[in-house]
Design a protein around this ligand. Structure first.
Ligand code: PLP
Length: 366
């Protein structure tokens, strides 16, 4: 077994890649992280600038997150006590994992997002991996596959890294079978028609469900660190008591409050993002399929997996070194390995740059 080189474990490590390659980060095409390529929205940049010149920079942030909770609660049709803003979704996984540790063994579908295991390890929580089938069709949503016995289920909808959108109808019965279900919907607002599969409407009847969302992907603001949990008010009160006093910084709070309060503007942004995914996913997939040695897998989300019979590591390295294009190495995803790559969707110009680089690197006949 080969060690995974540092920098290959996660996507989106743009600064490290730029240093490795000795070029400015702006010259790289980063398809290793799955962020909207035309963001962040100007409204967010403006809101941040205003926040810098407001008391939000000097004062401690509101420890009750009252305004942001209110706008998020309105958006999701919940009480404000059912909303907890976090320092990115990643911070909230840590608290979900503390509850998971108390409930028993966690089931992590594999391949899956590595941060759930990181969060569980914080609390020495036991987990088992449930292998997902590695073949699927292009019609979404799809039924969630059969599960293994465990007390806690970690779902990701749409699933990272496969891009599958699970149907709510197939997930709902799982809420009766598991003591706790943590559903990561970080990418759901980017999926055309995705909200129809959200588990948020089930929160009212299932206190054992927590939905975790992120603004990182939708707004292309990974540096801001903003996510939120939706769930049972008592559970979220407990999480709030565990964490440090100011986990969400005042600038992020002020900017997000302002952006989300403009419901029409936020809705227009989501519409634009979903139209981009609907247009670019089939376009890129069709073109990648022209190479007989590549099998692009259908995705409902803004990233897709590509598989091959042979290792794709040399191709990934050539794209990086010779063309300044970063794609996600899949060796750190349990169940995938070196014959897979994950590509984050770009704007059309970025896709053409990727395709031109592939044409240089791949022999025309397999
Ligand atoms: C499925 C999934 N959930 C959550 C996150 C983390 O989101 P955040 O930036 O809000 O911590 C990621 C980041 O890659 C992700 O892939």
């Amino acid at each position: 077994m080969r060690r995974v080189e540092s920098g290959e474990r996660h996507g989106g490590n743009l600064a490290a890649a730029a240093e490795r390659l000795g070029c400015p980060p702006q010259r790289l095409l980063d398809a290793s992280a799955s962020l909207v390529p035309f963001g962040p929205p100007w409204a967010l940049r403006r809101a941040l600038l205003e926040a810098v010149f407001s008391p939000a920079l000097r004062a401690y942030p509101d420890r009750g997150w009252a305004r942001l909770r209110r706008v998020l609660a309105r958006r999701h049709g919940l009480e404000h006590s059912q909303v907890l803003p976090g320092n990115g979704a990643a911070e909230l996984f840590t608290w979900a994992a503390r509850d998971a540790a108390a409930a028993g063994v966690s089931l992590l579908p594999a391949p899956g997002f590595a941060d759930y295991a990181r969060a569980l390890a914080c609390w020495q929580a036991a987990h088992v991996l449930g292998p997902l089938p590695l073949q699927w069709g292009p019609a979404f949503p799809q039924p969630f596959p059969a599960t293994l016995p465990a007390e806690v289920l970690w779902l990701c909808n749409p699933h990272n890294p496969t891009g599958q959108l699970w149907s709510r109808a197939s997930l709902e019965p799982l809420l009766e079978r598991f003591a706790l279900v943590v559903c990561d919907e970080a990418f759901l607002p980017l999926v055309p028609g995705g909200e129809a599969q959200s588990l948020v409407p089930l929160l009212a009847r299932h206190p054992n469900l927590v939905v975790i969302r992120s603004l990182t992907k939708l707004l292309a603001c990974a540096g801001l660190r903003l996510g939120y949990a939706l769930g049972d008010a008592e559970r979220l009160r407990r999480w709030a008591a565990w964490r440090d006093p100011w986990p969400v910084n005042g600038l992020a709070l002020a900017a997000a409050e302002r952006l989300l309060a403009d419901e029409a503007g936020f809705g227009r942004w989501i519409g634009r993002v979903q139209a981009w995914v609907a247009r670019e996913e089939p376009w890129l997939r069709r073109r990648l399929a022209q190479w007989p040695q590549l099998t692009p897998m259908p995705s409902a989300a803004n990233f897709l997996l590509v598989r091959s019979e042979a290792s794709l590591v040399p191709l990934r390295q050539a794209l990086e070194r010779r063309h300044g294009i970063l794609v996600r190495d899949c060796r750190s995803f349990v169940g995938l390995g070196e014959c897979w790559l994950r590509i984050g969707l770009q704007h059309r110009r970025g896709h053409r740059r990727l395709l031109a680089a592939l044409a240089r690197e791949l022999p025309p006949h397999g």
